[in-house]
Design a protein around this ligand. Structure first.
Ligand code: SAH
Length: 217
């Protein structure tokens, strides 16, 4: 799997500007036991570079996307990172191999609870999962060195920008529901200015909106 992900980095370097996977992300990808974070029926496919269904209409992200998102936030051992959309817990585990502390929010209770149990069995002591709405972030634990959003939003949520440290980086897929999405890298400069760069076209499940976009009748 690591070799496939490396090959994809090479194919997409013109878009991403990243020549290769960083050694720390490569090590993390090689270490996380992805087969223990997918449903039993998917275990045989766990080490392919593919997204897989995890129930509730949700997916565990493709390893390439997890690696790329992790590299884009430039994680350091002393960092605290927020993830929105814990899902299987895979992205959280990859982050937890590198940074000091990972907070992850999941809106679907069954997925969040299953991920928390699996990550505990894998002995990740530095991950905390909360059931809730990721649009609001996790103000009690803010500010964060990095934020990784793993479901697509129509626009960048203001609360998440506010919870990013000066110099912090956020990766988020942005695009209207059912439309093409772009993976964005957002940097809050030391002066507090928000800079944004489009990295590549992606396809994520949508972030469940805080307020319904089309009001019911
Ligand atoms: N990071 C996950 C990928 C999960 S897919 C992994 O590595 O496996 C996206 C996840 O975002 C889904 O589990 C979905 O339930 C969750 N989600 C959707 N809307 C959300 C919201 N508003 N707040 C928190 N989580 C949300």
């Amino acid at each position: 799997m690591v070799a496939e992900v490396e090959a994809m980095y090479a194919e997409t370097r013109g878009l991403t500007g990243l020549p290769a996977m960083s050694p720390q992300v490569r090590a993390a990808l090689g270490k996380v036991e992805r087969h223990r974070l997918v449903p039993d029926a998917q275990r045989a496919l766990a080490y392919r570079n593919h997204p897989l269904p995890i129930g509730q209409g949700q997916t565990i992200s493709q390893p390439y996307i997890v690696a790329l998102s992790t590299d884009l936030i430039a994680p350091q051992p002393h960092h605290t990172v927020l993830e929105i959309g814990a899902g299987s817990g895979y992205q959280a585990a990859v982050l937890a191999e590198i940074v000091q502390r990972v907070y992850s929010i999941e809106i679907l209770q069954s997925l969040g609870v299953a991920a928390a149990i699996a990550l505990k069995e894998l002995q990740y002591e530095n991950i905390e999962i909360r059931i809730g709405d990721g649009y609001k972030g996790w103000p009690e634990k803010a500010p964060f060195d990095g934020i990784v959003v793993t479901a697509a939003a129509p626009q960048v949520p203001e609360a998440l920008l506010a919870q990013l440290k000066l110099g912090g980086r956020m990766v988020i897929p942005v695009g209207a529901a059912g439309r093409a999405q772009e993976l964005l890298l957002i940097v809050k400069t030391a002066a507090g200015k928000i800079e944004q760069k489009s990295i590549l076209p992606v396809r994520f499940v949508p972030l469940v909106p805080l307020v319904p976009l089309v009001p019911g009748r």
